[in-house]
Design a protein around this ligand. Structure first.
Ligand code: AMP
Length: 215
């Protein structure tokens, strides 16, 4: 099974992808995570992407599609793929078709996380993760049970993404509206889009996605 999670920054794509990985053994392919790893490692891709990401703009289609192809090759055919943050443009959607076909895969579902944009700035600017295990938290909505200590691994170091500030989030949303939302009709025409209420409780969102995947 190969699925796309689609929605603006803060819609919950990463959170839901992680849950599906844990519950269903699928693999999460997040171009944002791949790019952040490349920036950290100082690779040529990372050097090309760093400033673009800090502005909240989109990295080139060629770079992200190459990352996705490499990752699919590395994981083998037996695991299902959850595309998180990819495709983000029409050109990427077209590339994904070819990338999947070349590897004997096909797209089963596109899940649109439907959210109220006004709530997203708050969701994104408050989020932080455990620097050790990556568990996600939020200043207002999900503090660690013991302040300063990760619930999952006991780590005491936390980090925030440099692009999770109010100004960059607005650019990222504008990019979503202008370049990503317009790819929905491409998938709607094939009858594979399902809309999920991304403002609902996280467990409800997961259950709704699982229902779609089981259908
Ligand atoms: P994300 O972690 O998905 O919010 O992505 C963080 C940033 O990485 C975005 O704001 C873009 O600058 C870049 N990025 C991630 N995925 C893509 C993509 N599919 N196409 C272009 N840029 C991307």
């Amino acid at each position: 099974m190969n699925i796309i999670l689609l929605g603006p920054p803060g819609a919950g794509k990463g959170t839901q992808a992680q849950r599906l990985v844990e519950k269903l053994g699928m693999r999460q392919l997040s171009t944002g995570d791949m790019l952040r790893a490349a920036v950290k490692a100082g690779t040529p891709t990372g050097l090309a992407a760093k400033a673009v990401m800090e502005r909240g703009e989109l990295v080139s289609d060629e770079i992200v599609s190459a990352l996705i192809g490499d990752e699919l090759d590395a994981m083998g055919i037996e695991s299902g793929a959850i595309f998180d943050g990819y495709p983000r443009t029409e050109a990427q959607a077209v590339s994904l078709e070819a990338i999947l076909e070349e590897r004997g895969r096909k797209l089963d579902h596109v899940i649109e996380l439907d959210v109220n944009e006004n709530a997203l700035v708050d969701r994104v600017t408050g989020r932080f993760t455990c620097a050790t295990c990556g568990a996600g938290y939020h200043d207002k909505y999900q503090q660690p049970r013991v302040p300063g200590t990760c619930d999952k691994c006991g780590g005491t170091e936390f980090k925030r993404r440099p692009d999770d500030n109010a100004e960059t989030v607005r650019t990222r949303m504008a990019e979503y509206r202008a370049k990503t939302a317009p790819i929905l009709p491409f998938y709607e025409a094939r009858g594979i889009v399902s809309k999920v209420d991304g403002m609902a409780d996280m467990n409800h969102v997961t259950a709704a996605i699982e229902d779609i995947l089981a259908s």
